[in-house]
Write a protein that binds this ligand. Sequence first.
Ligand SMILES: [Zn+2]
Length: 49
Amino acid sequence: MAQKKVALACSVCGSRNYTIAASPNRTVRLEVNKYCKYCGKYTLHRETR
Ligand SMILES: [Zn+2]
């Protein structure tokens, strides 16, 4: 059984910098400030599928 994963993509440059385990019961889109090495700063990262 494969675990579902979602990527967190930088909202500025679109790079998928992080992957997290998806929780099936969560319905809201995750938005979190994380460091983007391409932008060189902390940017808003959004969940993608
Ligand atoms: Zn970026």
